[in-house]
Design a protein around this ligand. Structure first.
Ligand code: E4P
Length: 218
Protein backbone atom coordinates (compact mmCIF):
# COMPACT_ATOMS: atom_id res chain seq x y z
CA UNK A 1 0.00 0.00 0.00
CA UNK A 2 1.31 3.44 -0.91
CA UNK A 3 1.21 6.18 1.70
CA UNK A 4 0.30 9.73 0.70
CA UNK A 5 0.02 12.52 3.26
CA UNK A 6 -3.02 14.77 3.04
CA UNK A 7 -1.58 18.17 3.88
CA UNK A 8 -0.22 21.39 2.42
CA UNK A 9 2.09 21.93 5.39
CA UNK A 10 5.60 21.79 3.93
CA UNK A 11 7.26 21.08 7.28
CA UNK A 12 5.01 18.07 7.88
CA UNK A 13 5.76 16.84 4.38
CA UNK A 14 9.51 17.20 4.87
CA UNK A 15 9.36 15.37 8.21
CA UNK A 16 7.45 12.44 6.73
CA UNK A 17 9.57 12.35 3.58
CA UNK A 18 12.63 11.92 5.80
CA UNK A 19 11.21 8.59 7.06
CA UNK A 20 11.56 7.17 3.55
CA UNK A 21 8.00 5.83 3.81
CA UNK A 22 6.17 8.63 2.02
CA UNK A 23 5.01 7.91 -1.53
CA UNK A 24 3.08 11.07 -2.39
CA UNK A 25 1.04 14.06 -1.25
CA UNK A 26 -2.57 15.13 -1.66
CA UNK A 27 -3.83 18.67 -1.22
CA UNK A 28 -7.22 20.29 -1.61
CA UNK A 29 -8.46 23.91 -1.57
CA UNK A 30 -9.24 23.73 2.16
CA UNK A 31 -5.71 22.56 2.97
CA UNK A 32 -4.21 25.29 0.75
CA UNK A 33 -6.32 27.91 2.55
CA UNK A 34 -5.15 26.52 5.90
CA UNK A 35 -1.48 26.78 4.83
CA UNK A 36 -1.89 30.50 4.10
CA UNK A 37 0.58 30.14 1.20
CA UNK A 38 0.46 30.91 -2.54
CA UNK A 39 -0.91 27.82 -4.30
CA UNK A 40 1.35 27.37 -7.33
CA UNK A 41 4.72 28.07 -5.62
CA UNK A 42 3.65 25.80 -2.75
CA UNK A 43 2.87 22.88 -5.07
CA UNK A 44 6.24 23.45 -6.73
CA UNK A 45 7.96 23.38 -3.35
CA UNK A 46 6.17 20.13 -2.44
CA UNK A 47 7.17 18.60 -5.80
CA UNK A 48 10.81 19.41 -5.02
CA UNK A 49 10.58 17.45 -1.74
CA UNK A 50 8.53 14.43 -2.89
CA UNK A 51 9.20 12.36 -6.01
CA UNK A 52 5.82 10.59 -6.05
CA UNK A 53 2.45 11.95 -7.17
CA UNK A 54 1.48 15.36 -5.76
CA UNK A 55 -2.23 16.11 -6.14
CA UNK A 56 -3.16 19.70 -6.94
CA UNK A 57 -6.86 20.46 -7.25
CA UNK A 58 -8.59 22.70 -9.77
CA UNK A 59 -10.63 25.51 -8.23
CA UNK A 60 -13.28 25.97 -10.94
CA UNK A 61 -16.28 23.72 -11.45
CA UNK A 62 -17.05 24.36 -15.14
CA UNK A 63 -15.35 22.39 -17.91
CA UNK A 64 -13.65 25.26 -19.75
CA UNK A 65 -12.08 26.87 -16.69
CA UNK A 66 -11.08 23.54 -15.13
CA UNK A 67 -9.35 22.62 -18.39
CA UNK A 68 -7.38 25.89 -18.36
CA UNK A 69 -6.46 25.49 -14.69
CA UNK A 70 -5.35 21.93 -15.35
CA UNK A 71 -2.93 23.22 -18.00
CA UNK A 72 -1.30 25.46 -15.40
CA UNK A 73 -1.15 22.73 -12.77
CA UNK A 74 0.29 20.00 -14.94
CA UNK A 75 3.08 22.30 -16.11
CA UNK A 76 4.38 22.60 -12.52
CA UNK A 77 6.02 19.15 -12.65
CA UNK A 78 5.58 15.78 -14.35
CA UNK A 79 4.55 14.18 -11.07
CA UNK A 80 1.62 16.53 -10.43
CA UNK A 81 -1.68 14.65 -10.42
CA UNK A 82 -4.40 17.08 -11.41
CA UNK A 83 -7.31 16.68 -9.01
CA UNK A 84 -10.81 17.15 -10.37
CA UNK A 85 -14.21 16.73 -8.75
CA UNK A 86 -16.45 13.79 -9.59
CA UNK A 87 -18.87 15.70 -11.80
CA UNK A 88 -19.70 15.34 -15.51
CA UNK A 89 -17.41 18.29 -16.31
CA UNK A 90 -14.70 16.99 -13.99
CA UNK A 91 -14.72 13.58 -15.64
CA UNK A 92 -14.62 15.16 -19.08
CA UNK A 93 -11.43 16.95 -18.06
CA UNK A 94 -10.18 13.68 -16.53
CA UNK A 95 -10.68 11.76 -19.78
CA UNK A 96 -8.87 14.35 -21.86
CA UNK A 97 -5.91 14.75 -19.52
CA UNK A 98 -5.59 11.00 -19.00
CA UNK A 99 -5.59 10.41 -22.77
CA UNK A 100 -2.75 12.93 -22.95
CA UNK A 101 -0.73 11.05 -20.32
CA UNK A 102 -1.36 13.33 -17.32
CA UNK A 103 -2.18 11.72 -13.97
CA UNK A 104 -5.64 12.65 -12.71
CA UNK A 105 -7.00 12.15 -9.20
CA UNK A 106 -10.81 12.18 -9.14
CA UNK A 107 -11.95 13.47 -5.79
CA UNK A 108 -15.16 13.60 -3.75
CA UNK A 109 -16.19 10.03 -4.57
CA UNK A 110 -18.95 8.65 -2.36
CA UNK A 111 -20.39 5.72 -4.34
CA UNK A 112 -19.29 2.67 -6.35
CA UNK A 113 -21.18 4.04 -9.36
CA UNK A 114 -19.06 7.20 -9.28
CA UNK A 115 -15.89 5.12 -8.99
CA UNK A 116 -16.92 3.11 -12.05
CA UNK A 117 -17.26 6.33 -14.06
CA UNK A 118 -13.86 7.60 -12.92
CA UNK A 119 -12.17 4.37 -14.05
CA UNK A 120 -13.85 4.60 -17.43
CA UNK A 121 -12.58 8.20 -17.67
CA UNK A 122 -9.04 6.85 -17.23
CA UNK A 123 -8.32 8.36 -13.80
CA UNK A 124 -4.96 7.44 -12.29
CA UNK A 125 -6.58 7.64 -8.83
CA UNK A 126 -10.11 7.54 -7.43
CA UNK A 127 -10.50 9.15 -4.00
CA UNK A 128 -13.37 7.70 -1.98
CA UNK A 129 -13.82 9.69 1.26
CA UNK A 130 -14.25 7.15 4.06
CA UNK A 131 -14.26 9.56 7.01
CA UNK A 132 -16.91 11.85 5.58
CA UNK A 133 -19.18 8.84 4.94
CA UNK A 134 -18.65 7.64 8.51
CA UNK A 135 -19.53 11.17 9.65
CA UNK A 136 -23.04 10.79 8.23
CA UNK A 137 -23.49 7.29 9.74
CA UNK A 138 -22.72 5.54 6.46
CA UNK A 139 -20.04 2.83 6.20
CA UNK A 140 -17.01 4.40 4.53
CA UNK A 141 -14.95 1.23 4.51
CA UNK A 142 -17.61 -0.80 2.75
CA UNK A 143 -17.31 1.65 -0.15
CA UNK A 144 -13.61 0.77 -0.40
CA UNK A 145 -14.46 -2.94 -0.52
CA UNK A 146 -17.05 -2.36 -3.24
CA UNK A 147 -14.69 -0.33 -5.41
CA UNK A 148 -11.81 -2.82 -5.05
CA UNK A 149 -14.19 -5.65 -6.03
CA UNK A 150 -15.50 -3.80 -9.06
CA UNK A 151 -12.06 -2.75 -10.32
CA UNK A 152 -10.70 -6.29 -9.84
CA UNK A 153 -13.40 -7.52 -12.24
CA UNK A 154 -11.98 -5.40 -15.05
CA UNK A 155 -8.23 -5.86 -15.65
CA UNK A 156 -8.32 -3.09 -18.28
CA UNK A 157 -9.08 -0.55 -15.53
CA UNK A 158 -5.84 1.03 -14.32
CA UNK A 159 -7.30 3.38 -11.70
CA UNK A 160 -5.75 3.06 -8.25
CA UNK A 161 -8.04 3.14 -5.21
CA UNK A 162 -6.81 6.02 -3.05
CA UNK A 163 -8.50 5.83 0.35
CA UNK A 164 -9.13 9.45 1.36
CA UNK A 165 -10.60 11.29 4.32
CA UNK A 166 -8.80 8.84 6.60
CA UNK A 167 -9.40 9.53 10.28
CA UNK A 168 -7.81 6.59 12.12
CA UNK A 169 -5.17 3.86 11.80
CA UNK A 170 -7.97 1.28 11.46
CA UNK A 171 -9.19 3.00 8.28
CA UNK A 172 -5.72 2.29 6.88
CA UNK A 173 -5.42 -1.27 8.16
CA UNK A 174 -8.90 -2.31 7.03
CA UNK A 175 -8.39 -0.72 3.60
CA UNK A 176 -5.06 -2.53 3.25
CA UNK A 177 -6.81 -5.83 4.06
CA UNK A 178 -9.23 -5.10 1.21
CA UNK A 179 -6.36 -4.44 -1.19
CA UNK A 180 -6.72 -0.67 -1.65
CA UNK A 181 -3.70 0.69 -3.52
CA UNK A 182 -3.06 3.95 -1.66
CA UNK A 183 -4.14 5.81 1.46
CA UNK A 184 -4.00 9.51 2.15
CA UNK A 185 -4.37 10.88 5.62
CA UNK A 186 -3.17 13.52 8.03
CA UNK A 187 0.41 13.21 9.27
CA UNK A 188 -0.96 12.68 12.79
CA UNK A 189 -2.80 9.50 11.74
CA UNK A 190 0.17 8.15 9.80
CA UNK A 191 2.35 8.64 12.89
CA UNK A 192 -0.17 6.73 15.02
CA UNK A 193 0.62 3.62 12.95
CA UNK A 194 3.91 3.28 14.83
CA UNK A 195 2.26 3.08 18.23
CA UNK A 196 1.70 0.04 20.41
CA UNK A 197 1.88 0.03 24.23
CA UNK A 198 3.64 -3.35 24.22
CA UNK A 199 6.38 -1.90 22.00
CA UNK A 200 6.93 0.92 24.52
CA UNK A 201 6.84 -1.47 27.47
CA UNK A 202 9.11 -4.03 25.84
CA UNK A 203 11.62 -1.40 24.76
CA UNK A 204 11.78 0.13 28.23
CA UNK A 205 12.54 -3.32 29.68
CA UNK A 206 15.25 -4.02 27.09
CA UNK A 207 16.90 -0.64 27.77
CA UNK A 208 16.94 -1.31 31.53
CA UNK A 209 18.25 -4.86 31.15
CA UNK A 210 20.96 -3.75 28.73
CA UNK A 211 22.21 -1.26 31.32
CA UNK A 212 22.65 -4.18 33.74
CA UNK A 213 25.11 -5.83 31.35
CA UNK A 214 27.46 -2.84 31.66
CA UNK A 215 28.36 -3.34 28.00
CA UNK A 216 28.46 -1.00 24.99
CA UNK A 217 28.11 -1.96 21.34
CA UNK A 218 30.14 1.04 20.11
C1 E4P B 1 -8.47 13.79 -0.29
O1 E4P B 1 -7.79 13.94 -1.25
C2 E4P B 1 -8.94 14.89 0.55
O2 E4P B 1 -7.98 15.91 0.51
C3 E4P B 1 -9.07 14.51 1.98
O3 E4P B 1 -8.68 13.20 2.25
C4 E4P B 1 -10.30 14.96 2.65
O4 E4P B 1 -10.24 14.62 4.01
P1 E4P B 1 -11.18 15.27 5.12
O5 E4P B 1 -12.53 14.66 5.00
O6 E4P B 1 -10.53 14.91 6.42
O7 E4P B 1 -11.20 16.75 4.86
Amino acid sequence: MKFFVDTADIDEIKELAATGLLDGVTTNPSLIAKSGKEFIPLIKEICDVVDGPVSAEVAATDYATMRKEAEVLRKIADHVAVKVPLTPDGLKVCKELSDEGTMVNVTLCFSPAQALLAAKAGAAFISPFVGRLDDISSDGLSLIGDIVTIYDNYPDFHTEVLVASVRSPMHIVESAKMGADVMTGPASVIKQLYNHPLTDKGLAAFVEDWKKTGQSIL
